[in-house]
Design a protein around this ligand. Structure first.
Ligand SMILES: *[C@@H]1O[C@H](CO)[C@@H](O)[C@H](O)[C@H]1NC(C)=O
Ligand SMILES: *[C@@H]1O[C@H](CO)[C@@H](O)[C@H](O)[C@H]1NC(C)=O
Ligand SMILES: *[C@@H]1O[C@H](CO)[C@@H](O)[C@H](O)[C@H]1NC(C)=O
Length: 295
């Protein structure tokens, strides 16, 4: 009974948090995932995660990429983490995005040993295994738009734009021609060579897997490539699919049992969300009725 209630609350939070908590497109959700294993509440690992996430949020005010390793008193409590903002984001937008990603991690991956969230404008990940500097071309999320049909012109422009991205150097690449836009981004812990290798893979998979789709998204574990054609403006779309991330290759941190505080956390968040809804509703009412000079 209590279990079902907290699950319902979580679903509710997830549904309402998309339109309300994501006012701008750079902050909107793309995917997220958590490890299965949970850590014990009030453990040293938990406080390490908290200081890691705080460091990431602070660091995003002056940098578009950074990594941290938080050492515990015991080797089991070490936690690694990083964030990467999309290369074209301004510093304030990067900071806002990372703060939002960290807060989504808190609700999505409550007390899990590892977790990652990709928003349109930034990526945040933490875990107890070393993934810093390790190239990883696992497909995490693939989304292909409906087929364009026989518009071979559009597809040859798409291919040319993607070839341009593959040739361009650096961790952030953007290009466009006519109605086609392309975007590619590596996570900053990769070397230039690793980044090039990862993006080559993402771009070639995009072409083979998405075929003649009006848009394509290929998110690998350490880089992504995307394109959109014509009206299919994928960069401003809000993701409405299920969050999914492949964590199957991960080790896990201490396998202590989950306790009640997980539910308490969900209920508190649910109450806060409820209060926020009421405030928004009242503001709305005041706007509608206040505007006419009467109430
Ligand atoms: C992690 O951050 C440190 C300090 O900023 C830096 O020296 C190191 O190169 C970074 N490592 C990776 C893999 O990005
Ligand atoms: C997750 O990754 C592992 C190892 O790369 C792979 O064997 C497995 O098929 C992947 N699972 C999914 C659902 O993609
Ligand atoms: C992660 O945590 C688990 C359980 O405590 C441990 O067995 C594993 O070695 C840890 N991984 C690393 C890289 O420390």
């Amino acid at each position: 009974m209590a279990r079902a209630t907290s699950d319902l609350l979580l679903i509710f939070i997830f549904l309402i948090s998309l339109p309300i908590a994501s006012p701008s497109s750079t902050d909107s959700f793309v995917f997220g995932g958590c490890t299965q294993q949970k850590y014990a509440p009030d453990s040293p690992y938990e406080s390490n995660i908290n200081s890691l996430l705080t460091s990431l949020v602070n660091s995003a005010t002056y940098s578009s990429y950074n990594n941290y390793t938080i050492m515990g008193s015991s080797p089991q409590d070490v936690v690694y983490g990083l964030f990467q903002c999309r290369g074209d984001l301004s510093m304030p937008d990067c900071a806002t995005c990372v703060a939002r990603a960290v807060s989504q991690l808190g609700s999505l991956c409550s007390q899990t040993c590892g977790g990652a969230v990709q928003l349109q404008g930034c990526y945040v990940k933490y875990d107890n295994t070393t993934f810093l500097g390790v190239e990883d071309k696992t497909v995490v999320l693939k989304k292909c738009g409906p087929s364009i049909g026989y518009d071979t012109d559009a597809m040859s422009v798409r291919d040319a734009v993607m070839a341009g991205l593959a040739r361009a150097g650096g961790p952030h690449r953007a290009g466009g021609s006519g109605e086609v836009q392309g975007l590619a981004q590596c996570v900053g812990d990769l070397s230039l060579g690793q980044c090039q290798d990862c993006l080559s893979e993402a771009i070639s998979r995009l072409k083979t897997d998405c075929g003649t789709g009006v848009y394509g998204d290929m998110f690998l574990a350490k880089c992504y490539a995307r394109y959109s054609t014509g009206g299919a403006h994928v960069y401003t779309k809000t993701h409405n699919g299920k969050p999914f991330l492949n964590f199957s290759t991960y080790h896990s941190c201490s396998d202590k049992s989950i306790n009640e505080s997980e539910k308490t956390f969900a209920i508190i968040i649910g109450l806060l969300a409820g209060v926020a809804l009421i405030i928004i509703f009242l503001t709305f009412i005041r706007k509608v009725f206040g505007g006419s000079g009467k109430i």
